[in-house]
Design a protein around this ligand. Sequence first.
Ligand SMILES: [Zn+2]
Length: 716
Amino acid sequence: MPGTRPPSHPVEPRRLLALAAVVLLLWLTGRPEVPAPGDRQPPWAPEPLAAQEPPPRPQGQVVQIRFRSWKELQALVAQVDVWQVRRDRPGSDTGILVAWVTPAQLRSLREAGHPVTPDPLHTDTLRRPWTRLPGQRQGIPGFACYRTVEETYRDLADLAAAYPDIARLVDFGDTYDKVTPGGPAGYDLLDLVLTNRLRAVPEKGTLVVLAATHARELATAEVATRFAELLVEGYGRDPDLTWLLDFNEIHIIPYGNPDGRKWAEQGYLWRKNTDNPAACGFPYYGVDLNRNASFLWDVCPGCSSPDPCSIIYRGPRPGSEPETQALEARLRQVFGDFKGPQLADPPSPETNGIFLSLHSFGELIIYPWDWTGSPAPNQAALVTLGRKFGYYTNYAVCNTSNCLYAIDGSQTDYAYGQLGVAAYTFELGTTFFQSCQSFESQVLGPNLDALRYAAKAAYRPYGLPAGPEVLDVAVRPTRLYPGMPLRVTARADDTRYRSQGYGVEPSQAIGGARVTLDRPGWLGAETAGTLEPADGAFDAPQEELVGWLDTTGWPPGRHTLFVQAQDADGNWGVPTAVFVWILTPEGLEVAVEPGTTLEAAPGETRTFTVTLTNRLTVTDTYRLDVLRTDWPVGLSRRRGGVPPGQTLSMPVSVTVPQGTPPGTRGQTVLQIASNTVPFRAVQVTLQVHAVLSSVQESTAPAARAVYLPWVGGPPR
Ligand SMILES: [Zn+2]
C-alpha cells in the first residue's frame, strides 16, 4: 500500500465528494483485510475477507497552529484532529497545537487568521510504507515491534495456557462490529487477569491497565502486553514481580477498541470505534470511546462533539457504545466503590485500586478531572501518585486543563468519579506511529517501570505513594540455616517524584524501616526486624539502611522479605522484596509425642517427649536447648551420643503457671543441635493451652514427626 503523500495541490471539494462516494461503495462491498500469510488464525480472528485494494487514505498533513488563549484552543480542538498540545510554559494559556488537517481545513484555518506552519516531522510519519518490511514475519506492516490484534490475543491466550495458576484470559464483552449484523466479524474484548489464584489473601490490590482505546495509538497495546509478559515471566524469579502477583490482581486489557485498531494497523489515522458507517464517509465515522462514558457525558462546551464525523464525536447517548458498556461493567466488577455520590465527595483513604488508560502521545501523565480545571476532591493524593509516574517516565504531570484541553465523557473520569479509584491517562511516546527503534529504546522501559510502581501502590494508591521507596535490597547470606543471623541492606528514598514543571512534591527525612516476612506489612504481618540508618541518624530523605534479622524458627524453604520505609511524617511507602532460602539439615529427624500441642489447667505440668533420629552414617552427639519459653520448662536430659540409625528421647515438661487465664497459649521453642557440625540443628515449637480444668487425655493430634531445620548461634 502506498504511503500518504502530502498534497502537491489543493484537492477540489467536488473531487473529495467523488472520493467519499467511492469509499462508501467500497465499504458496502466489504471491508478489505490484509491477512498475514502463514499466521495461525486464533478462534476469535475475524473472517478473512477477499484481498482487494483498500480504500485510499485521505489527503492531509500535520501542521502546527498557534493558539493565543484557552478559549481559542478549546475551539480548535472541536474543529481539527488535534495530535498534541505544547504549551509555551507549564500551564500557560498560549502555545502550539499539532494537528492533522485536510487541505480544506488548512485553507479555512488560514482564512480565519490562525498562524499555521507545516510540521514535516509528523507528516513524515504518515508517509512511511504500510507494507511488510523485508523479512518481516509478524506485527503491523512496517512495525515489527507492534503485534496485530490477532497476534496479541493469540500470545495472551498462550500465556494463560502456559501459566494457568497466575494468568487467565477473560472475555468481558463484544465490539460494535461483533454485535452488529453484516460487516466485519468484530472482536471479543479480552482482559488478561494476572494473580496467583492459589494464594488466598484477605484483600488484594487491584490494577487495571487499558490500552488502545484510540485505534491509531499504536505503542499503547504493546506496552500493556509487554507488561503482562514481564509479570508472568518474572513470577517466581524476581521477588518483586512475584509478590505483585501473590498480593495483587492485575488486569491487562490490551485493546479497548479492536475494531478501530484493525483500520489503524493498515495505516489509517483511525481513532474511534467503527459505529455507524452510514453517518459519515470513510474514514470519519465511529464514536470516540474516550468521550462516550455514561458519566460526565457532554457536560462542558467544546469538550466533545455532537458531529458524527468529528474525531471527538461523543456518540448519541451517554455510554451508547458496546465497548463503553463492557468496559464500565468490567471496572465496576473488579473495583470496589470508594466514592460517595456527589462529585465533591472525596474517595476513601482506604481506596484500593488504580486504573490506567494508556494513550499516545505527548509525554503526559494526566490525573482527574478531565472535564474541568477545578481540583478533584483529593487532588493532592492524585498528584502525589502522578509524580511517581512522572519520576519513572519523565513526563509532565498535570490535568487536561493544564496541559491538554478539557474533555468530557472520559474513561478515567468515570473510574475516578464513579468508583473513586486512582485513575490516570498516560500519553506515552512522541507520535502515533512511533518507530520501533524509539519505542524499544525510549518509550517501553520507562513506562514499564511506571506500571510496575502502579502495581506496587495499587493496594492503597492514596497513601503508599507519599512514603519513601526502598531500593537495592540485599541479604547476606541468601541461603542459610534457621537461626543464623541474616544481614539486610537497602536504601530508602523519599525524593522520587517529578512533574516536568507542574509543581514540586515535598520530601521528608526517612523516619524508619521495617522488614516483614512473607507478607507485606499492611496485611498484619509481624515485623521480623527493623533497619537502622547506616550513618547513625535518620535525618535525610535518602538513607542507607542496614540491619540484622534473627531467623530462629523460620521454616525451611524460600521466603520473601518485604522491606518498607517510612518518612518522618509517618507515611509508609511501597515495599521492595528480596528472596532468602532457609535450608534443612540432612539426616536429622525429630518427632514429638504425644504431639506439639497439649492442654493443661493452671498449676499442671505436661510432658512432651522429643525423640531425635540420627540418619547420618556416623555417630553424632546432640544437645537440647530452650531458645525461648513463655512458661517454666523442665529438662531431664539435655545431651547424648547417637549411633547411625539410632534414636535419643528427651522429655520436656512445661508447667502452666498458677493464675493463668484459661485460653492463654504458652509457647516453648526448642533447638536440637549437633555438637560437632555448626548450624546443624532443628527447631521445634511446643504449645500448651491453658484450660479451665485438667483433662485426662490430650485433645491434641496424634504424635507426628516434625522436620525443622535449624541453625544456630548460641541459645539465648
Ligand atoms: Zn488517545
